[in-house]
Design a protein around this ligand. Structure first.
Ligand code: SF4
Ligand code: FES
Length: 220
């Protein structure tokens, strides 16, 4: 997993932006166009907004976690939302928002975050995270899914830790309480589930074993 972080400050706040994770021009630019202006250098200027809480609100809407913040003189870390969500993006990644812990094959903790975008086309150079390669690859996948795969284990509790285990050359496995959200459907569940990240499953967003036939390599 690559990272290339840049830092921007005002009196109270340090904002960081990870170039390797930023994949779209939406929430930040639309939320506070004076602070986040791709037409300027530097493109982030926290001094343009006197109310740091407004900057924080906008940063917390960044769906990839490319934007992060910390207050210099008070402990006010981002708190995970009360429930975990996996949003299926049409022809794009899986946006995960919640109390996320990412582990590698051996159980080592790689990330502990609230906002991440996971590659599901199989082409990212920054696996398991999305780097926008789905656009160049012409990846096509709608947001529908078979809810019966999830309804066997209805949700008993909201929130809590959402464990994402990366399996080498294979899918990632999700454990915890979460809601899968497509364009026209959503399901709350606590089903331990494998999500395709090779891009070739016929049962997207879930894994159907096709990664073996296509000899998918994760190379994390
Ligand atoms: S919201 Fe996040 S991912 Fe989207 S353009 Fe801004 S920094 Fe990049
Ligand atoms: S990871 Fe794509 S089918 Fe298993």
């Amino acid at each position: 997993m690559q990272s290339k972080k840049f830092s921007y400050e005002n009196k109270e706040l340090e904002v960081t932006w990870d170039l390797k994770r930023c994949i779209h021009a939406k929430e930040c630019v639309h939320g506070l166009p004076d602070v986040f202006d791709p037409g300027k250098k530097p493109w982030i200027d926290p001094d343009k907004e006197p109310d740091s809480d407004k900057i924080v609100e906008t940063i917390e809407r960044c769906p990839t976690g490319a934007l992060q913040y910390h207050f210099k003189n008070k402990s006010n870390p981002e708190t995970p939302p009360s429930s975990n969500t996996i949003i299926i993006d049409e022809n794009g990644p899986l946006y995960v928002h919640g109390n996320i812990v990412v582990q590698d094959n051996e159980g080592n903790e790689l990330l502990r975050e609230t906002r991440l975008a996971f590659c599901r086309c199989g082409k990212s150079s920054n696996k398991p995270l999305c780097d926008n390669s789905h656009i160049k690859a012409g990846f096509e996948a709608d947001t529908s899914y078979n809810p019966e795969r999830l309804e066997l284990e209805p949700l008993e509790n909201e929130g809590g830790e959402l464990l994402i285990k990366l399996i080498e050359n294979a899918p990632f496995v999700v454990e915890g309480n979460y809601e899968v959200i497509g364009e026209n459907q959503s399901t709350k569940t606590c089903k331990r589930m494998s999500f395709c990240r090779c891009g070739a499953s016929e049962n997207k967003p879930f894994c159907d074993g096709t990664h073996r036939q296509i000899e998918f390599k994760t190379n994390e």
